[in-house]
Design a protein around this ligand. Sequence first.
Ligand SMILES: [Zn+2]
Length: 262
Amino acid sequence: MELLDLEYQLVDMNEDDRVIVIQNNMVILNHDREFLKCTEVEGKVQYLFVYDGVKYFLGNDVTEMDNCIRMSVTDIRNMMSYEYAMMISVAMQLARFYEANQYCGKCGSKMQVADNERAMVCECGNRAYPKVAPATITAIIDRATDSILLTKGIHMKDPNSFGLVAGFVEAGETFEECVYREVKEEVNLKIKNLKYYANQPWGFGDNIMIAFTAELDGSNEFVVQESELKKVWWQKRQDIMPVDRPLSVGHKMVQAFRRGEI
Ligand SMILES: [Zn+2]
């Protein structure tokens, strides 16, 4: 997202700046359905980023004016623009970072906001940075049946939602090793021709998704890891519905397969 400038700066808020407020998974917007203006809040704020020339601050401890609109994060993800969703994703990730690092994990003292980078610092020398946990996500394609392997995680409530084989990178593991391990654990299939596809920050869960494509190698009979997945199936190319969810690299890969691009 080329308009988003995440470089950290130590600046005070001025009248043209905007404040992103997220409380209990609800985003607070003003009556124009915009992020709040600095004149519409009172309280302590924390610098976030510049988007399209405008500075944004995090204002989760502020008191907002009356007549504000509350929208759930899920609604914003589904209804509003990619840019809005990404800004909220980053804001939520940084909000969790500042909240979780008020006290030093080494000595227990109160941490301070660093003035030269996005970090929390302690007088004992400890520095904490925003957590970004890498996870791989893999589109497994069976060329023989022209199908892609879809999954439904045990926590997915929406009957129409689905995923791909995915999981967190373990300490000491390469992205590719992670893919092979996750494919074995979740569906016990053999794959070949593993290829990097793209990556996608996913601040809603402090993640970055590293996406791969792979081809089935041998039998297409899978064994489902029931502690993670409630359903796994091969979806034929012609049965994939066109959808536009640009925030999800998994959906992007499924749509790329539908169009014959992968
Ligand atoms: Zn400390």
